[in-house]
Design a protein around this ligand. Structure first.
Ligand SMILES: [Zn+2]
Ligand SMILES: [Zn+2]
Length: 347
């Protein structure tokens, strides 16, 4: 009989999650078995927890969710060459096939046959998880497991901020979710000249300041465009990073971008939104980047390099709890005041 483990799962369609005992995963020849040290709660997990329209169309219960984690390799499949028992790893949640046209074009993070860890497969809200060798990333052995677990979202921020050089450039970051807060820190650590942060929750804006914001603007106070244009002497910022998916933020982030600047689209709108292509894009001569996932594996290398240089994303980690306390974590994530940013759980 297979050995058992605890796992937090979507057992059946409907809201909520349950902690249950299930078999420890049996690995395939191309996988490793990982004993999870830490796993963090993502907005995606909250969607699945709430069982919204997207989850209903995508998630096939029963499934163990969770895709942000780190842990130790305890078993290695027969075909695995680059990992050994004892390695401390994380994984990119975008599982790619490596063979499609897009992968072969060097863009596996947007593989045509992309499978998302903990969404389409059993994930990391468990004591053990099976990970394909090609998705694993070896961490520095002394990395704090809490930080080890948040590299998937931090890597989003690294990709969004560093898709082109940011050194010496002014940047406006719209959004105060954890990835927006990470983006502030990445921009600061990478030498951005002046960082504007536009958010709506005071607790989150305060974390943004710890991460390196120069000018914080709460949308409730209004005047976002005027304040940034005044502060840049009417020029606008070099880089605007849109991390809300909200129409007003899209409009304002384009309005504060200087001619010839860079606009980074990351926030996911819940329905189609509009952009004035003439005024905001063509005649302004801007460059637009669509950011999905992390560049494999450049974003991870940049992230590791930032850690080694002393970059500390830990102000964004507001809570550290046990996996058994997952309900408390989801209550915090859905609380109206958004006191929690990133919550790390320990199995
Ligand atoms: Zn995530
Ligand atoms: Zn592919």
């Amino acid at each position: 009989m297979a050995e058992k483990m605890r796992a937090v799962r979507k057992v059946r369609p409907g809201p909520g999650l349950e902690i249950t005992e299930i078999d420890i995963p049996r690995i395939k020849p191309n996988e490793v078995l990982v004993k999870v040290r830490a796993t963090s709660i993502c907005g995606t997990d909250v969607h699945i927890y709430k069982w919204d329209a997207w989850s209903q169309s995508r998630i096939k219960p029963p499934i163990t969710i969770g895709h942000e984690f780190c842990g130790d390799v305890v078993e290695v499949g027969s075909e695995v060459r680059s990992l050994k028992v004892g390695d401390f790893i994380s994984a990119d949640s975008h599982i790619f096939d490596g063979t499609c046209h897009v992968c072969r074009n060097g863009q596996p993070h947007i593989c045509q046959n992309l499978v998302i860890f903990g969404v389409d497969t059993n994930g990391s809200y468990a004591e053990y998880v099976a990970v394909p060798e090609t998705s694993a990333w070896k961490n520095d052995p002394d990395l704090d497991p809490a930080i080890g677990s948040i590299q998937d979202p931090l890597g989003n921020a690294v990709y969004a901020v560093l898709c082109e050089p940011i050194t010496g450039k002014s940047v406006a970051i719209f959004g105060d979710g954890p990835i927006g807060l990470f983006a502030i820190g990445v921009a600061r650590a990478s030498g951005a000249s002046r960082i504007y942060h536009i958010g709506k929750y005071p607790a989150r804006i305060a974390i943004g300041k710890q991460m390196g914001t120069d000018v914080a603007i709460n949308v409730a106070d209004g005047g976002v465009v005027e304040r940034i244009m005044d502060d840049t002497h009417g020029l606008g910022v070099d880089v605007a990073i849109e991390m809300t998916g909200n129409q007003t933020a899209v409009d304002e982030s384009l309005a504060v971008l200087r001619k010839g600047g860079r606009w980074v689209a990351f926030g996911i709108p819940s329905q189609p939104i509009t952009i004035d292509l003439n005024k905001s894009v063509i005649f302004k001569g801007i460059t637009i980047y669509g950011i999905n996932g992390r560049q494999l594996w450049q974003s991870w290398m940049q992230m590791q390099g930032l850690f080694r240089a002393g970059f500390d994303p830990s102000p964004v980690i507001t809570h550290r709890i046990k996996l058994d306390e997952f309900q408390k974590g989801f209550d915090l994530m859905t609380a109206a005041d958004r006191q929690a940013a990133k919550i790390v759980m320990y199995p």
